[in-house]
Design a protein around this ligand. Structure first.
Ligand code: DQA
Length: 143
């Protein structure tokens, strides 16, 4: 089965965006590394980023019909606001890991709540770009 990696709003700016919080790695770097690691394991990995909530929802819905078996998602700010994206993930009934580059619990209070964590297989927060790699490792081992 395929693995889908979804990146939410503003993550297209990774590398340039508040690097002291989010690091210097670009989204392209992250995606390229994940695709290569999946390829080495003979698994197809798709990546998708959007700043638009409805596009993220549409892409997650597509995962119900495109052979996806596992989702890795950083919902970014939508983590703290989007019941609609949560509902889309729940609708797929696919296992997913929630990723945050930063440790959301060490930041502003409004980042301490997630609409995703209780239905995720697991959550990785604060390990930077390595979090995506670790989630992929987990996904590959689970196949
Ligand atoms: C984030 C944390 C969110 O609170 C924030 O809105 C983001 C990125 C992270 O990866 O640390 O955009 O999900």
């Amino acid at each position: 089965a395929k693995i889908l990696v979804v990146h939410g709003p503003n993550l297209n700016l990774l590398g340039r965006r508040e690097p002291s919080i989010y690091g210097h790695t670009t989204l392209e770097d992250i995606n390229r590394n994940l695709v290569a690691k999946a390829q080495a394991a003979s698994v197809v990995l798709d990546t998708f980023q959007s700043n638009a909530e409805h596009e993220l929802i549409d892409r997650v819905q597509e995962a119900m019909n495109d052979g996806t078996g596992f989702i890795i998602i950083n919902p970014a700010a939508l983590t703290h606001t989007s019941i609609a994206l949560r509902d889309a993930l729940a609708a797929t009934n696919l296992p997913f890991v929630e990723i945050h580059l930063s440790n959301i619990y060490a930041r502003e209070h409004f980042r301490h709540t997630s609409y995703f964590s209780d239905i995720a297989v697991g959550v990785i927060s604060g390990l930077g770009a390595a979090g995506y790699e670790l989630a992929l490792q987990f996904a590959l081992a689970r196949q």
